[in-house]
Design a protein around this ligand. Structure first.
Ligand code: PLP
Length: 380
């Protein structure tokens, strides 16, 4: 089966009992047993639930992976990966990390003696140079958040392989429609399904996909042991979202390309970050490892902190909100929103300036989005 067909059929056959074409929401906590200890395959919904299994199979198949696991949030998935490690492990992570992932690394796992090195992975030699005897994971994402840096996933995966280190790729921004990290050599793919996979800004969820049976068994153990599992209704909603993933991504990309071009030519815009611009540092790698360039555009307004905020408050259609990947366009100010928990000094060092704005381009008519941006920029 090909991608578009899998997103509608994989893991979710018509219901054998009734013929229902929409996979049922198995809203149950527990299951009748035939004899004590003898089940029909299900005993308790933290351990397994049919709607969740349908979602896990669907996401795994879209990543061309063997095994999928669903979680109650992207951070629930992040935490479960970290559960694989012994105390005092070392992790090499990309410097332009999602704020919440940075927080769980530095505020929670540091307590358990975990050691993190944050490197700019655009130069893969930085990854090789950061390896220590106790390095267990190389953690990356591409494109990154919010600067949309592009990392050569294949080259990083190769370094992981040579050194027996697990390579984790957060594929939330790209989605399997645009990029398949397992095919590039990654060991685990991570998603916040809250974003594009669900796509409608009405669910919090996460997922992991791997081809390794050993990793899968361990991750599944921690999924059940820790219990950050999604509710059946949420699984149903993500399954519904997946069915239109390719259509939505094409439109997100169409709109983002036009908006990046518009911003590039606007006198009040200082800098535009979009991997699809030929001037973007990662353009050639992005072209090689992605189908298209995604729906995220970041930019610096030629303004100070106050006027950047004024611009954001002047938008009428584009919503000022955290999160991304929704049908509705969402815009945020990383310095005071998504990255507020990163220390100001570190933030500036990493290019997250006070005039930086991150736009998650929705699937509205692009002319309306351009009009909105144009009018708001006139106000400053
Ligand atoms: C949102 C996000 C997460 C965390 O996911 P939640 O569903 O909010 O817990 C992790 N990584 C990336 C790239 C994200 O955008």
């Amino acid at each position: 089966m090909r991608f578009d067909t899998k997103s509608i059929h994989q893991g979710q056959p018509n219901d054998p009992l009734t013929g229902a074409v929409s996979f049922p929401i198995y809203q149950t906590s527990t299951y009748q047993q035939i004899e004590p200890g003898i089940t029909k395959g299900y005993s308790y919904s933290r351990t397994e639930n049919p709607t969740r299994i349908a979602l896990e199979k669907a996401i795994a198949s879209l990543e061309n992976g063997k095994y999928g696991l669903a979680f109650s949030s992207g951070l629930g998935a992040v935490n479960t990966v970290l559960n694989l490690l012994e105390k005092n492990s070392h992790i090499i992570a990309i410097d332009d990390l999602y704020g919440g992932t940075y927080r769980i690394f530095t505020k929670l796992y540091k307590k358990f003696g975990f050691d993190f090195t944050f490197v700019d992975m655009r130069n893969v030699e930085n990854v090789r140079n950061a390896i220590k005897k106790n390095t267990k994971i190389i953690w990356l994402k591409s494109p990154t958040n919010p600067l949309l840096k592009i990392v050569d996933i294949k080259a990083c995966a190769q370094i992981g392989k040579e050194n027996g280190i697990i390579v984790v790729v957060d594929n939330t921004f790209a989605t399997p429609y645009l990029q398949k990290p397992l095919e590039l050599g990654a060991d685990i793919v991570l998603h916040s399904t809250t974003k594009y996979l669900n796509g409608h800004a009405d669910v919090i969820g996460g997922a992991l996909v791997t081809n390794s049976e050993k990793l899968y068994e361990e991750l599944k153990f921690y999924q059940n042991a820790v219990g950050a599992v999604p509710a059946p209704l949420d699984c149903f909603l993500v399954l519904r979202g997946l069915k239109t993933l390719s259509l939505r991504m094409e439109k997100h990309c169409d709109n983002a390309e036009k908006i990046a071009e518009f911003l590039l030519n606007h006198p009040k815009i200082k800098k535009v970050y979009y991997p699809g611009l030929s001037t973007h540092k990662g353009f050639h790698i992005a072209k090689r490892q992605m189908k298209r360039f995604g729906g995220m555009v970041s930019f610096e307004v030629d303004a100070d902190f106050e006027n950047t905020r004024k611009f954001l408050c002047s938008l009428k259609l584009i919503t000022l909100a955290e999160s991304l990947g929704a049908v509705k366009s969402l815009i945020c100010h990383p310095a005071s929103m998504t990255h507020a928990s990163v220390e100001p000094k570190v933030r500036i060092e990493r290019g997250i300036t006070d005039n930086l704005v991150r736009l998650s381009v929705g699937i509205e008519d692009v002319m309306d989005l351009l009009d909105d941006l144009f009018s708001a920029l006139k106000k400053i």
